[in-house]
Ligand binder design. Sequence first.
Ligand code: FAD
Length: 379
Amino acid sequence: MDFRPTEHHQVLRRTIREFAESEIRPHVMQWDEAQCFPSELMPRLADLGLMGIQIPEDYGGAGMSAVDYCICIEELARVDPSVALTVAAHNGLCTAHIYMFGTEAQKQKYLVPLARGEKIGAWGLTEPSGGSDAGGTRTGSGRQDGEWVLNGAKTFTTHGSVGHVLVAMAVTDRSAGRHGISAFIIERGAPGFSPGRKENKLGMRASDTSEVIFDGCRVAEDQLLGEPGQGFVNSLQVLDAGRIGIAALAVGLAQGSHEAALRYAKERHQFGQPISSFQAIQWKLADDATAIEAARLLTYRAAMLKDLGLRTTRESSMAKLFASEIAVRVADNGVQIHGGYGFVKDYPAEKYFRDVKLTTIGEGTSEIQRMLIAREILA
Ligand SMILES: Cc1cc2nc3c(=O)[nH]c(=O)nc-3n(C[C@H](O)[C@H](O)[C@H](O)COP(=O)(O)OP(=O)(O)OC[C@H]3O[C@@H](n4cnc5c(N)ncnc54)[C@H](O)[C@@H]3O)c2cc1C
């Protein structure tokens, strides 16, 4: 057991940190206020291999490990959690699903441009009537004249309005319950497929979230992804890995918020001394630093197990649950340490406070993570 980062990890962290500081930091508030998806950033993310982080080089990716992936997401989230969410959703959901379950032809056609960052991926499981209970998918798909015809809608789809390739789950056999749900690859511009309402969000405002609508949407037979009826089961496998990414996002966000609070605590004077000299402030900072380290270790452990090819359902959920919940506390402390200045937009504390809440909701709420962990430990 060796808890030290390798030379490679250190160089990777430095590279992504420098990029985030120079090319993302100056625009964070402007993108947030305008709820503007930074499409101009995508080619730069692609140059760094961040659009296909864990995809092998043969398919246009950077061929990095799951631990490397965590470092990349962490460093982006430290500066802008919205950009980290964009990268995590593109890599961890749509792109990962096609890599894990696609045919060779599907990989050549869809995975390669996604991993090179020429196309942006979206992934639709959640529906207006079913989020946590994703097995209750209602969007349906039937065969007609040698094609699949989809009807229904997905909600809260990251990249729903800016994505080029969508992987969406739809019922192909209503009598088979969860085993009657299949995955489909749908391209932007497909007949009967359109983005719906774009969400006006509390946080993560520079990431694109919208409904997608299927109204007699026709897709070719060979756009079925994975085995028929395995879409739901495969989604759970995709989420096992995806949750490690959200845990890393929470760790990076907490780190960014904590660094801002540390800086401010040393600068701000009250009663003739820096507020960092008060024990009440020191204890918050100490608790936060400790919790962030613990969350990071849980996250890296889940990633390391994934790199070893092991099943990580329990470890991914533990990492995601713990990291997201401590990140909420760290961001709350960040605002508190800034006092009134934590409540206004001149300091970064308020944005971390808004962004962080997504981490306890997306890719399975904290309640669902507890359910999954309980199921694993009681089995
Ligand atoms: C910004 C953003 C981006 C997202 N991106 C995507 C995406 O790209 N693709 C996608 O498919 N989805 C996406 N989602 C959806 C997200 O995964 C869901 O919002 C989440 O899974 C919760 O579903 P829900 O919103 O329907 O809440 P519900 O399932 O209605 O839950 C409401 C509350 O009830 C609780 N609850 C539900 N069931 C139980 C239970 N059995 N026991 C105890 N408590 C329970 C929940 O924990 C929660 O507190 C995104 C969401 C957001 C906000």
